[in-house]
Structure formats: structure tokens, C-alpha cells
Write a protein that binds this ligand. Structure first.
Ligand SMILES: Cc1cc2nc3c(=O)[nH]c(=O)nc-3n(C[C@H](O)[C@H](O)[C@H](O)COP(=O)(O)O)c2cc1C
Ligand code: SF4
Ligand code: SF4
Length: 465
């Protein structure tokens, strides 16, 4: 069976699954229950100077029958006294010495950083996580994402910490920046041992239209909060990929919308050594880790990987710039008439949202004109007449393969699993990227390379722009 242990900048974790700094790591009793359930590590709810929270403070976004696809919060850091947190941290570490305990910190001045670091190291925490990501409340006081969004400030604060820290330091980044590589590089220049990302995405959950107050409502008003949960996973994966591609990158702890072993495996493949989870635990409880452990373990076994470390970063070389993708790779949609239920959703979406290349058999000439088909090929088969598909018959649409641009939309909307597949039909045998094409002098003037050269020659003769 694959070994799930991971080495995260010198710290051994029993598995890659950690709890993110948030309500599930608020108290010692909670973290102990989480470790007993199987979590390999926990980042304690951020410690700092005392705060006061408001109520209400969470907002959820439901989508169809899926509750809390996105979660928004305007909660601040811990509202419990530092001494109580420290006492409980020490106890957790005594009872679970092999599990990873990370102290998340957010203070203001250099003296405060030095003082709190000494205290959390004294209780035996394995690493520090610097919360430079909280995008609400604390940033108005010059902390959290106010630091994460300013690479110079982030570099300076990280250097203060590196001067006095005796355990590995993780810088936690905010996604609320234009280019994540800037704060990530600043953290590495300051000598951080690792990076974690993402903290929450700035958001407003909705508006109470009766009261004309944004959500979540705090009396007669609200404030922007931080968004997380399944909805942010694609954003988190992108930012993770950007950081993972940096030269000499430090170990990364990936966060954002992770709920299953598959999510975790994807984050690991894209460069995370450990993953952190918050919303999924707030929704379903600590027990989800059991499925995560079993699922990842089975996956590694199936793929012949003997250790979770072998998965880390496997997909990073395949995350490329658009200009390096193979333009000769081409796919076209194919409908399986045996599976099709004839709902014709693919037809509608291709007609209105893509390239008008799905056709309905048996349409009258008048209907074709009315629907405004750009091309209506003569060869659309009448499946009813052919006797194909017991149920769908004449309702099974037909894809004009020559016109299909391979955008995937029909497959995405089709309600029947496996009914539409995308078949490979290469445009050319060799790989050809946009950058290779430009490098060869062909910049897509109709007519190809010769026409391009002629057009360039004409421009220089005419002395144009
Ligand atoms: C209610 C709530 C409170 C949070 N508090 C903190 C915090 O104190 N410190 C911190 O670094 N991140 C905090 N976070 C952010 C999480 O640690 C995590 O980065 C984010 O929720 C994304 O992960 P998820 O999609 O698994 O929830 C909080 C998130 C939520 C929902
Ligand atoms: S969306 Fe799928 S099931 Fe519906 S008509 Fe198209 S192929 Fe058939
Ligand atoms: S892949 Fe896109 S273009 Fe091709 S049939 Fe489907 S929706 Fe139309």
C-alpha cells in the first residue's frame, strides 16, 4: 500500500491532509478530535491581538440542490485569549506528538511578531503560518491581505519573522492580487520555508432586497467578506499552478475548495505537498478525511506510486502558456444515439452559444430558414427512418463534424453521462504551437507563410505603419 507520509520542508506529516486555519481549528478539543479522525496536521485559528466579531458573519451560495457551493465570511482572527490558545496547543502537541501543529499568526509591529513567535515555539508548534491573506476587517487595520497585496511590505515582515523563527515558516498568500507570483517571489526572497495559498477571495454574497442591505447582514449594513468552498477551487488551482512554476519554488500547501481525495490529488499534482481544508469540514465534519485517506491511497496504488510524494508536482510541466499549446490537436463532438434521450439541449447550446453545427434531423426547409442555420448540410441522417435509437428516433441530433470547432459545450450541457464524446481529429501530424508558428515567420495572414512575407515586403516598400 502507498505511503501517505509527506515531507513538508523537513516536517514529517502522517498524511498530506491538514485543516486550514479557521473555525474547525478554534480549540484544542476540536483539533484533538480532528487528529483522532485522521487529519495529519492542523493550522490553528489565527492568533493575534484580541478582536471582537460581528453577527451574523457567514453567507452561503447554493446552486440548484447543492447547498453552500460557496461560503463567505466576515469573521476575524481568534476571539479567544492567547493564553488559553497556547495552553491548549501545548496539550494537543503532548497528546499527538506525531501530528503537525502549525501556529497561524497575525500581528502588527516587529516587537509583536517576535514576542508571539517565541510564545508559540515554546508550546511546541512545528511551524508558523503568517496570515497575509485575510481580506476583510484585519486588512483595514493594515494586516492580513493588506500585507499580502504589497510585496515590499510582505518581504519586510517575512524577514522580521525569519530573523527570529526557529521552526519552518509558511507564508499564506491572498488571491486578491493581480499577479500572485509577485508576493510569492517576495516571500521567497525573504527566505520563507514554504508558501500556502489561497486565503479567501473578496466578495459580497448577495443583497437583501427587502432591506436593501448586502449579505451577510449585520443589523442595517454589511461588509465585503472572503469567499471559499467548492466555487473557488478553479481560482486556487490556477494561482497554485502559477506559484508552482516559479524557479526554485519552496514547498507549497494548497488550499481552496478541497473536499474529496480527488480534489486533493489534483492540488498535489499541481504542486502542493500538503493540502488544507476548511469549508468542506465546516459543512460535513472531520469524518470526510476517512474517504480522503482511502481514496488517495487507492489512487496511488492504481497508478503504481509507492508514496504520496511521487504525486507532488506531476502536472506542473504540463501547465503551459497558451502560446505553447498544440494548435494541431483538434477534437469533434460525437453523439451516441443509443444513449441520447433526445432532449436537444446540445442543439440549443451549439446554435445559440457556439458554432451552429448540431442539426436536427427531419427539419422542414422553412424551419431551417427560420432557425437561421449558417450551414445545413444535405447529409443529415433521418435516424427515425434508419431505425437507430429505440427511444430517441428522430429527436437524436447530428453533429456536422467538418463545422465542429471542438469547443466541448454540447458535452458539458448534455445530461446523459457518456452520450457525447470528443473524438480526436488532428489538423496536422506534427505539433505546432502559436509561438512556434510566429517564430517561423507565419503570423496568420491568410495564405500562410508566403503571403505573410509578401505582405511584410509590401508594407516596407509602401513605408506604412
Ligand atoms: C469562517 C472562516 C474563518 C476563517 N478564518 C481564517 C483565519 O483565522 N486565518 C486564516 O489564515 N484563514 C482563515 N480562513 C480561510 C481558510 O483558512 C481557507 O484559506 C479558505 O477558507 C479556503 O479554503 P476552503 O475553500 O477549504 O474553505 C477562514 C475561512 C472561513 C470560512
Ligand atoms: S444533450 Fe445529449 S441527450 Fe440531449 S439531445 Fe443532445 S446528445 Fe442527446
Ligand atoms: S463541440 Fe462545440 S462546436 Fe462542436 S458540436 Fe459541440 S457545441 Fe457545437
Amino acid at each position: 500500500m502507498a505511503d501517505l507520509k509527506v515531507d513538508f520542508c523537513g516536517i514529517e506529516s502522517p498524511n498530506p491532509f491538514w485543516l486550514a486555519s479557521a473555525p474547525p481549528t478554534n480549540t484544542g478539543a476540536q483539533v484533538e478530535r480532528a487528529f483522532a479522525a485522521g487529519w495529519g496536521g492542523a493550522v490553528w485559528k489565527t492568533l493575534g491581538n484580541p478582536i471582537v466579531n460581528v453577527s451574523s458573519r457567514f453567507g452561503g451560495l447554493d446552486y440548484g440542490s447543492q447547498r453552500m457551493m460557496g461560503l463567505n465570511n466576515i469573521e476575524l482572527i481568534t476571539d479567544r485569549p492567547l493564553e488559553v490558545n497556547l495552553r491548549e496547543m501545548a496539550q494537543v502537541k503532548r497528546r499527538y506528538p506525531k501530528h503537525v501543529l502549525v501556529a497561524s499568526l497575525m500581528v502588527d509591529t516587529k516587537a509583536e511578531w517576535q514576542e508571539i513567535i517565541k510564545k508559540v515555539e515554546d508550546v511546541g508548534c512545528d511551524a508558523l503560518e503568517l496570515n497575509f491573506g485575510c481580506p476583510h476587517g484585519m486588512c483595514e487595520r493594515g494586516m492580513g491581505s493588506a500585507v499580502g497585496a504589497e510585496p515590499k511590505v510582505l518581504r519586510e515582515l517575512t524577514s522580521w519573522v525569519m530573523e527570529c523563527a526557529n521552526v519552518p515558516v509558511i507564508v499564506k498568500l491572498t488571491p486578491n492580487v493581480g499577479d500572485i507570483t509577485e508576493p510569492a517571489s517576495a516571500a521567497m526572497e525573504a527566505g520563507t520555508s514554504a508558501i500556502s495559498l489561497i486565503n479567501t477571495v473578496k466578495s459580497i454574497m448577495g443583497v437583501d432586497l427587502d432591506r436593501m442591505v448586502p449579505l451577510p447582514r449585520v443589523g442595517d449594513a454589511s461588509s465585503n467578506g472572503g469567499y471559499c468552498g467548492p466555487a473557488v477551487k478553479p481560482i486556487a488551482l490556477h494561482l497554485l499552478g502559477q506559484v508552482a512554476r516559479l524557479p526554485n519554488v519552496v514547498p507549497i500547501s494548497g488550499i481552496g475548495g478541497i473536499a474529496t481525495w480527488r480534489d486533493a490529488a489534483e492540488f498535489m499534482a499541481l504542486g502542493s505537498t500538503t493540502v488544507q481544508v476548511c469549508t468542506a469540514v465546516m459543512h460535513y465534519g472531520y469524518r470526510i478525511v476517512e474517504d480522503m485517506i482511502e481514496g488517495l491511497s487507492d489512487f496511488l496504488d492504481d497508478r503504481g506510486m509507492s508514496s504520496a510524494m511521487e504525486l507532488v508536482g506531476r502536472a506542473v510541466p504540463n501547465y503551459r502558456n497558451w502560446g505553447d499549446l498544440d494548435m494541431n490537436h483538434h477534437v469533434v463532438a460525437e453523439i451516441d444515439p443509443e444513449r441520447c434521450i433526445g432532449c436537444q439541449l446540445c442543439f440549443v447550446s451549439c446554435m445559440d452559444g457556439s458554432h451552429q453545427c448540431i442539426h436536427l434531423p427531419g427539419m422542414s426547409e422553412e424551419e431551417k430558414r427560420r432557425r437561421g442555420h449558417v450551414v445545413f448540410p444535405a447529409e443529415v441522417p433521418d435516424r427515425a427512418a434508419l431505425g437507430e435509437g429505440a427511444i430517441a428516433g428522430a429527436r437524436v441530433p447530428w453533429v456536422h463534424a467538418e463545422e465542429c470547432v471542438g469547443c466541448n459545450l454540447c458535452q458539458l450541457v448534455c445530461p446523459v453521462e457518456g452520450c457525447i464524446s470528443m473524438r480526436e481529429r488532428r489538423k496536422g501530424e506534427a505539433r505546432l504551437s502559436w509561438n512556434e508558428r510566429i517564430a517561423s515567420g507565419d503570423d496568420l495572414v491568410p495564405g500562410g507563410l508566403d503571403a505573410t512575407r509578401a505582405a511584410r515586403a509590401g508594407r516596407s516598400e509602401g513605408g506604412g505603419e
